[in-house]
Design a protein around this ligand. Structure first.
Ligand code: ATP
Length: 445
């Protein structure tokens, strides 16, 4: 079976229906930067809500945090980001002068069975410069003078804020290892290669959790989180066949990690990272302990044992999850001789759960439809739409992934029943208005 979802179609649907579109468009746009419109925001919010549900509602061993984006600059000295958060950059010395990540070119060459030591520009075939290490952190300044004493950084990951607050959290939360701290927020990276829509952007939201464990339990918790996180994506409705775990080779591991596996999704651009799950050992706590002088060891009250906890980190990207959901849900079929585009999103992430549509703009249809809508919106995200031909209205809802549509017609006015249309099967059931909300809640679950 060939996949109908291409990146071009997804990008075009997102723009057409106002989910996601290029930022600063009236000025010609800005590289690798996108804005989320109404339905995109709702979709994102639903994903984040599912993440929090899995992290804190369904568990007792994780607490929430929202730390600052700009932290003390020494944070990044201790974390290794100032010295080591770099990508190797090469520039084409031929015609096109474009810049590329050398590591990406190498990987592609190896995949094609070519010599990674004889790289050429993939666009014009020109010679490439020697690689230059390029730091991905955005710098800015605090205060009126832009001197080196005032330099601060926009965080390139949310994780470090968690390490800085580890001790405070341990004290107030009455938790002991194994326990976790979870955070969702924006991170910033000066990405210089083309981003493939929202896959790689300059600013992006991360959903990160640091799980602090006794050192001897690290491996077992790493395995636990690999499994939990795979299940979470499958639970959002993503096709299991398009999800895989890929352990990092020794040459790929980050400076802090003793083992990392990526959860990858088969995007239209190929298998690519959705989430990284690393065993960070005690690297971060040890570094911050040394650089700050603050004792970060945990003392077990019962055994009197003292240790720096090891950390397991599932680090997910919200944009990449949204992109995976869109690619996975995108489908086309034929209805009555007409092509239909449909997002087969799981109801729990769909921006709108139900659309209420009066068949006509007269004969009492709009009034009754409005009543039904007012009732439903108290219980779920609903939309009222009376504009245009009914077929067009259905198609619009199909394109934003609304799983159910309720139509109010002549019969509704007479006997207080409606038709409930299902997005995927197109099955239509006649249902009493009094039973509608309960029936929908049942089907959404
Ligand atoms: P890549 O190798 O693709 O650059 P990474 O390994 O550097 O990613 P991590 O530092 O592990 O990424 O960050 C954790 C998660 O944050 C990633 O799995 C991804 O979902 C998300 N992420 C990282 N960088 C970006 C970006 N520039 N745009 C969107 N999401 C990102």
């Amino acid at each position: 079976m060939t996949d109908v979802a291409t990146m071009e179609k997804i990008v075009s649907l997102c723009k057409r229906r106002g989910l996601i579109f290029p930022a600063s468009e009236i000025y010609g746009g800005i590289a690798n930067t996108y804005d989320y419109g109404h339905y995109g925001v709702l979709l994102k919010n639903n994903v984040v809500a599912q993440w929090w549900k899995a992290m804190i509602q369904e568990r007792d061993d994780i607490v929430a945090l929202d730390s600052a984006i700009v932290q003390h600059p020494r944070t990044w000295e201790a974390s290794g980001h100032l010295a080591g958060f770099t990508d190797p950059l090469v520039q084409c010395l031929g015609k096109c002068k474009q810049r590329f990540r050398e590591d990406h070119l190498r990987e592609a060459a190896i995949e094609r069975g070519e010599d990674p030591e004889a790289l050429r520009c993939p666009v014009c075939g020109g010679e490439l410069s020697e690689p230059r290490q390029f730091n991905l952190m955005f710098e800015t300044h605090v205060g009126p003078a832009a001197d080196s004493a005032s330099t601060v950084y926009l965080r390139p990951e949310t994780a470090q804020g968690i390490f800085l607050d580890y001790k405070t959290t341990l004290q107030y939360s009455r938790k002991r290892p194994p326990f976790g701290i979870a955070q969702v927020g924006k991170s910033f990276r000066n990405e210089i290669t083309p981003g493939n829509f929202i896959f790689r952007t300059l600013e992006f939201e991360q959903m990160e959790m640091e799980f602090f464990v006794p050192p001897a339990e690290a491996q077992q918790w790493h395995e636990h989180w690999l499994e939990q996180r795979m299940e979470w994506y499958a639970g959002l409705g993503i096709d299991r066949e398009k999800l895989r775990l890929r352990p990092h080779g020794a040459d790929e591991l980050s400076h802090y990690s003793s083992a990392t596996s990526d959860i990858e999704y088969l995007y239209p651009i190929g298998w690519s990272e959705l989430e990284g799950i690393a065993n960070r050992g005690d690297f971060d706590l040890r570094q911050h302990q040394e650089h700050s002088g603050e004792k970060l060891e945990y003392v077990d009250q019962q055994t009197k044992e003292r240790y720096l906890p090891h950390v397991i980190e599932p680090a997910a990207g919200l944009g990449r999850t949204v992109l995976a959901l869109l690619c996975d849900a995108y489908d086309e079929d034929e209805q009555g001789g007409e092509q239909r585009t449909v997002l087969r999103l799981h109801p729990k992430v769909a921006p709108i759960k139900v659309a209420v549509l009066p068949l006509l703009r007269k004969d009492g249809h709009p009034e009754l439809a409005r009543e039904v809508y007012e009732e439903l919106r108290r219980r779920m995200s609903a939309e009222y739409d009376s504009g245009g031909h009914i077929g067009k209205r259905y198609r619009r809802q199909d394109e934003i992934g609304t799983p159910f549509a309720v139509t109010i017609d002549h019969q509704s006015v007479e006997d207080h029943t409606v038709t409930l249309r299902q997005r995927d099967s197109l099955q239509q059931d006649r249902i009493a208005i009094a039973d509608l909300a309960g029936e929908l809640e049942e089907r959404i679950r």
